[in-house]
Unconditional design. Structure first.
Length: 312
């Protein structure tokens, strides 16, 4: 039985994978292998400095095979999670299947899934001696495992947005799906059967920040942006009713719309809410000095060649 780890910093730092390598198309050339390997180690070292809590696994993280990923994962101060990646020989999980965290008394279960559809076929080197079990069936098993132990369940999904929607429709019990792979930002995440689906673009281009405000023990949430939109609508309608010279029929329509918005706002009182902020990570942001040293050392050892000088 896995123990719940207390998180005293009050924040979870998570990623859904495809961090360690560029997009896979062919086996990595021998002359690039050392640089690519060292870069993967550099990324893990950097994530350690950032205080990561967990990372899901994407298909590109297997670009150098399961043995390398298992080896580099041992450097991490956080678990690499996968609930449906299994060893072909032993049929045992290759990585930790889930993580339990407690933040301010809230018990959170985190698990991760990878889609078998993102590989190029049975001959794909990333699938060598690896079994990828069906994601939806695995998700249902994980929810049954985690529900008695947790108040909130998070999926680090490397399934793609359409599959995230399908999973939310068919597999109740997951409260938040943090999705990846397709490279999209969802600034207005959908809520499907009490499952909130979030996505941010990959490769360190953006960071998605999710803030939760809890008023009760019900594991359901609404988007705080919805409340702001309703409040703005009520104010606009109130202003129109007070100042506009309009036909009575028009004013009656505005009055009904205002009352409907106010009724909806009342239904939100006392319910849990979330706020999503998507931040572009730009060069002018302050760098962590220790990570900068690691990056500069790597660049000096593996300089980029073959680039043309910028035009004057």
């Amino acid at each position: 039985m896995k123990e719940i780890q207390e998180n005293k910093k009050g924040i979870l730092v998570l990623d859904v994978g495809d961090l360690l390598f560029k997009k896979f198309s062919n086996p990595i050339p021998e002359n690039e292998l050392n640089g690519v390997t060292q870069k993967a180690h550099l990324i893990i070292d950097s994530l350690n400095w950032m205080g990561y809590d967990a990372m899901g696994i994407g298909e590109d993280d297997l670009s150098l095979g399961k043995e390398f990923l298992l080896k580099v994962s041992k450097k991490a101060n956080f678990p690499l999670l996968s609930s449906n990646l299994f060893d072909e020989e032993t049929e045992k999980p290759l990585f930790q299947p889930y993580l339990l965290k407690e933040i301010n008394g809230l018990r959170i279960g985190i698990f991760s899934l990878l889609s078998p559809d993102f590989f190029l076929g049975p001959s794909d080197l990333r699938r060598k001696r690896v079994i990828v079990r069906p994601p939806i069936e695995t998700a249902q098993n994980m929810v049954r495992e985690l529900q008695p132990k947790t108040d909130l369940i998070i999926l680090l999904s490397h399934l793609g947005y359409p599959k995230d929607i399908e999973l939310a429709q068919t597999g109740p019990g997951i409260h938040f799906i943090f999705g990846g792979h397709l490279g999209m930002n969802l600034s207005h995440p959908p809520i499907i059967k009490n499952t909130v689906i979030l996505q941010t673009a990959p490769k360190g281009m953006y960071a998605g920040r999710l803030d939760l405000i809890l008023y009760n023990n019900e594991p359901t949430f609404y988007n705080s942006a919805t409340k702001r939109d309703l409040e703005n609508r009520v104010n606009i309608l109130q202003h129109q009713l007070a100042s506009a010279e309009a036909p009575d029929a028009q004013k009656s329509q505005w009055h009904r719309a205002k009352e409907e918005s106010e009724r909806t706002l009342k239904k939100l009182i006392g319910k849990n809410e979330f706020t999503i902020t998507i931040l572009p990570l730009q060069e002018h942001m302050k760098e962590h000095p220790d990570i900068k040293i690691l990056v500069d050392t790597y660049k000096a050892q593996f300089p980029v060649t073959g680039t043309s000088s910028p035009p004057k």
